[in-house]
Design a binder for this molecule. Structure first.
Ligand SMILES: [Ca+2]
Length: 92
């Protein structure tokens, strides 16, 4: 689990390239390359843009780490709902 948390943080840092926020372009790249299997619609750039608007709490057109964490929470929740069977959520 520590590894998973590190991965989540590292993905943000490397996509943000040293900045505090992800631009809409980096956000789109990140979602498409990392979340294509757990989220539908990642191939559609308008769907990803809508997703980003939903996350962008302070409406600055960028995704901060906090806003990114809401996405992770949302994705974790949907994975949990999809796989709410015994033995699947275990391990690691
Ligand atoms: Ca923002």
């Amino acid at each position: 689990m520590e590894g998973a948390i590190k991965t989540v943080v590292m993905q943000f840092l490397s996509a943000a390239k040293g900045k505090e926020n992800l631009s809409s372009k980096s956000f789109q790249k990140l979602v498409q390359s990392q979340l294509g299997n757990v989220m539908s619609d990642t191939d559609s750039s308008s769907a990803v843009k809508d997703m980003m608007k939903g996350l962008d709490d302070n409406q600055d057109g960028k995704v901060s780490f906090q806003e990114y964490m809401s996405l992770i929470g949302y994705v974790a929740n949907s994975v949990c709902e999809q796989k709410a069977q015994p033995n699947v959520a275990g391990g690691q």
